[in-house]
Every structure is written in C-alpha cells, then in structure tokens.
Design a protein around this ligand. Structure first.
Ligand SMILES: Nc1nc2c(c(=O)[nH]1)N[C@H]1C(S)=C(S)[C@@H](COP(=O)(O)O)O[C@H]1N2
Ligand SMILES: [Mo]
Length: 209
C-alpha cells in the first residue's frame, strides 16, 4: 500500500485543505517554553461579557468533573502540515457556553493560555459542535508538549486558533486580535479558503491593523 491509513475513511473528509500535506506522527509546534502544570494554582476562568456579569471559575478538580465527550477532528498547521483523524476527548466549547453563558451582545471570544498566548474566534466558530477543550487524544491524556492539562481544538480552523495550555475564555462584544493574528496571520484562519496571512484579509474580516 505505501500510503498512510486511509484518512478519508476515518475523518469523512474527502481531501486535505489546499496546500496542506499529511504528516506522519504528531509534531510539536508552539512559540515559547512548555509551562509546568501546577494543579493547586490552575483554574479555568470565563470572564468579560458574561450574561450575569460575573466571572466563572473552575479549579482543576471541578473542571475534571465536567461531562466528558469525544469528537474526531484534524489539526491543520498554517506551516502546511496536517494531522488527521484524531479523537479528542474533553469538554465541548458548547458546554462552557451553557454553563457560563455570554451576554446578548457577545460576537467574539478570546481564548487565553499560559504566558499570555491568545487566539480570537468568532462566537459562531467557538460554538461549533466540534470545538473541544481537550484533555485527551485517542484515549490518552495529552502530553505536556501537546497542551496538558487542557487545549482547545477547533478542527475547521488553522490550528493556531486552538491554544495549548488554555486557562480561560474572554467574551467580547467587539473583535480583537490574538497573539498570531497581531503578528501577520489571518484574523479568521479558514484552511479551506487558505486564509493564512493578514494581508489576505478582506474588509470586514478583522479589526484594522
Ligand atoms: N499556547 C500555545 N498554543 C498553541 C501554540 C502556541 O504557540 N502556544 N501554537 C499553535 C499552533 S501554530 C499549532 S500548529 C498547534 C500545534 O499543536 P501541536 O504542537 O499539539 O501539534 O498548537 C497551537 N497552539
Ligand atoms: Mo501552527
């Protein structure tokens, strides 16, 4: 056969997004050091424009007790490798939206991670049924370099939109750029239309640069 396992059959996708190539294994890609997990100091915070005006916090034990489910989704790195067919286990973003609802005017979220890494998402992208705060991949806990204890996976967007070592979500009534979106990457990041770089943005795709 010579080909990797038939990816199409596992993911239901007929092809990779344009310009992407299949990666064997799972490379580690991120900016900066891998944070050390300190359970006693860890909390997951939802803040900003919440419906009740309050912050919502879960410590690690509380977060681990939230209902667990799985989703199959691919990772498409803007540097052109894709990792396909992973089964992510964790807490769907929709569950967080239900437990800590946003105020009516919320249009975007900023997902925050250790060391100030952030990624902005339209609320509709965040609320996708495949957006997942993952603790596990293929039944195993995430490793430190892949985001343990928690990472966001948004399979329909480039993978920089999914922070590893995620610590919270900010609800926003206007869009703001996250870490890579401020540094030349596209504000929306749809791999199927190759929204890679900010110079490709059309009016309305993002805040003025
Ligand atoms: N906190 C944090 N999360 C991050 C990044 C980062 O630099 N910091 N890089 C992103 C990018 S560009 C990619 S491609 C994926 C890579 O995930 P992986 O290392 O598990 O393959 O993580 C994303 N999440
Ligand atoms: Mo990436």
């Amino acid at each position: 056969m010579g080909q990797p396992d038939s990816v199409e059959h596992r993911t239901g996708e007929s092809e990779l997004p344009p310009g992407q190539r299949l990666q064997r294994g799972w490379p580690v890609t991120h900016y900066g050091p891998v944070p050390k997990f300190r359970p006693e100091r860890w909390e997951f915070r939802v803040f900003g424009a919440t419906a009740d005006g309050d912050k919502h916090c879960w410590n690690h034990e509380e977060f681990s007790a939230l209902p667990f489910s799985t989703v199959v989704g691919d990772l498409h790195c803007v540097t052109k490798f894709s990792m396909v067919g992973a089964e992510w286990g964790g807490v769907p973003a929709r569950t967080i939206l239900e437990l800590a609802p946003p105020a009516p005017g919320v249009s975007h979220v900023m997902v925050w991670a250790e060391y100030g890494y952030s990624a902005n998402l339209r609320l509709a992208d965040f609320a996708s049924e495949r957006s997942m705060f993952a603790t596990h991949k293929d039944g195993e806990p995430l490793t430190a370099e892949h985001g343990f204890p928690l990472r966001l996976v948004v399979p329909h967007l480039y993978a920089w939109k999914g922070p590893k070592w995620v610590r919270g979500v900010e609800y926003m009534s206007t869009d703001r750029r996250g870490f890579w979106e401020e540094r030349g990457y596209h504000n929306l990041g749809d791999p199927w239309t190759e929204q890679r770089y900010s110079y490709q943005e059309k009016p309305g795709d993002g805040p003025e640069l």
